[in-house]
Write a protein that binds this ligand. Structure first.
Ligand SMILES: Nc1ncnc2c1ncn2[C@@H]1O[C@H](COP(=O)(O)OP(=O)(O)O)[C@@H](O)[C@H]1O
Ligand SMILES: [Mg+2]
Length: 430
């Protein structure tokens, strides 16, 4: 049995998956108007690549997806170029990724999106250069390839190339790139939007720089593709510091937590979107949700995830009914949860690590290796063991050390915010 269904929702209003490039994503995204405009402005001013930096869980992927959807929707409504076509998935790189596989994966998705949208593209004339569009859409190639691709893969997702199907890998690559240059003859006609997400998964900024440099020659500059690269922990700044990339990447748009004034809207939009009855049961109140948002310093993913934890905890107990009861329950759960997390880390941390922790929180939860003096150290190597201890306990994250320390970010995690909350509460109670 699903607790949320029992309470009168279709499903959990606290799902932590990124919002997608669709109507639902658009309906649930709140407080990002200025960021959407910034992204759209960059997408409409190629050839430089858009880049986005921001903490994990802050809402980067959701923002890009919805921005892409809005671009496409406005094209469908107005017919004005440039047309930006979103893909059904974003791409990720990891230390064992190969450039060739990656390029292949991208082109597969691109082909799929073009085929999927061909009827919509056909309908639109507007200011688009229809000469190219029509010749592409009416070419015998698209019919035969879309037929063979959907035949081969059962009309579903294309996820492998079968060389016996009559076209080789390189043949396929050429066809898709040709389609793109026919469809989008100039930068101003638009492109298919490809998002490289979570660049920090490459683990070091050197690795990220190298990978993006390789992609630059392979595919980043191909006509008809618009790129967004997205990462956390300062990785996009590191990529930007490569002389080979500098000229082709916009300065990162730094995504911060959404404004406090938008929390109520975030709450309401989800409750309303998922409600099946007019007054579903919800043990969490908006004030408790807001408190959680404050404690977790606006990390949307963690706020949603802990809200869900609390609801699950309630479902195992008696259900509070009045606002006061609900808030009392919430406080009990919060004290229990934060003290549990505190106990799980406290025995591992030496006083020195604790003092780095406290200072880090005091500084807003973010620092870089260059700031060792503020923590009372003579050099970063002297501070490193404390950072490592905090990292091992899951209280901070950072990219692995390498030569580039300029923009490297050391960031506290949502777990650390709960630890701090617990410390703070016990201090004030003493
Ligand atoms: N502006 C927003 N409005 C509503 N929900 C959001 C917003 N930003 C993020 N979320 C929600 O927060 C969670 C994390 O967002 P996500 O985009 O995956 O973050 P990131 O990519 O930065 O790690 C998702 O569940 C998403 O639905
Ligand atoms: Mg993301």
């Amino acid at each position: 049995m699903n607790i949320y269904q029992e309470w009168g929702f279709t499903e959990s209003p606290f799902q932590t998956k990124a919002l997608e490039a669709d109507e639902k994503g658009e309906a649930l995204l709140v407080g990002r108007n200025s960021e959407i405009i910034k992204i759209q402005r960059r997408l409409h001013n190629p050839p430089k690549i858009t880049s986005i930096e921001g903490a994990n869980g802050i809402g980067k992927t959701s923002l890009i997806n919805v921005a892409a959807y809005k671009c496409f929707k406005s094209f469908l409504e107005s017919g004005n170029s440039p047309v930006i076509i979103p893909l059904n998935k974003n791409f990720q790189l990891n230390p064992s990724s190969f450039v060739e596989e990656f390029v292949n994966d991208v082109l597969m998705e691109v082909a799929q999106a073009l085929i999927e949208h061909q009827s919509q593209l056909k309908k639109i004339t507007g200011n688009l250069d229809t000469r190219h569009l029509n010749s592409w859409l009416n070419s015998p190639q698209i019919h035969s390839y879309s037929a063979s691709i959907s035949g081969l893969f059962g009309g579903g997702k294309i996820n492998a190339i079968n060389t016996s199907s009559g076209f080789s890998r390189s043949g396929f690559k050429k066809i898709v790139l040709d389609w793109l240059s026919e469809l989008f003859p100039s930068h101003s006609s638009g492109g298919v939007l490809c998002v490289v997400d979570n660049l920090e998964l490459l683990m070091t900024s050197n690795k990220a720089r190298e990978f993006v440099e390789q992609l630059r020659d392979e595919i980043l500059l191909s006509p008809g593709l618009r790129w967004v690269v997205c990462g956390a922990l300062g990785v996009t700044y590191s990529v930007l510091s490569s002389p080979r990339i500098e000229g082709i990447l916009h300065d990162p748009i730094n995504i911060k937590k959404i404004d406090d004034e938008c929390i109520e809207e975030l709450w309401k939009s989800r409750i309303e979107y998922y409600a099946v009855i007019s007054e579903p049961y919800m043990p969490l109140t908006i004030d408790s949700f807001r408190l959680l948002y404050e404690i977790l310093n606006g990390n949307t993913r963690s706020v949603l995830s802990y809200s869900d934890n609390y609801c699950t905890w309630v479902s195992d107990n008696d259900q509070p009914q009045t606002k006061e009861e609900k808030e009392e329950y919430f406080q009990e759960w919060l004290d229990f949860e934060s003290s549990k997390i505190f106990s799980s880390v406290s025995s591992f941390l030496r006083p020195r690590a604790w003092s780095v922790f406290d200072k880090l929180i005091e500084l807003g939860g973010e620092t870089s290796p260059g700031s060792f003096a503020e923590f009372g150290f003579r050099s970063y190597p002297a501070m490193r063991p404390s950072i490592k201890d905090l990292e091992d306990c899951g209280l901070v994250t950072s990219l692995q050390d390498d030569s580039d320390k300029r923009k490297k970010t050391i960031l506290v995690t949502p777990k650390a915010r709960l630890v701090h909350y617990h410390k703070h509460i016990s201090n004030t109670q003493e």
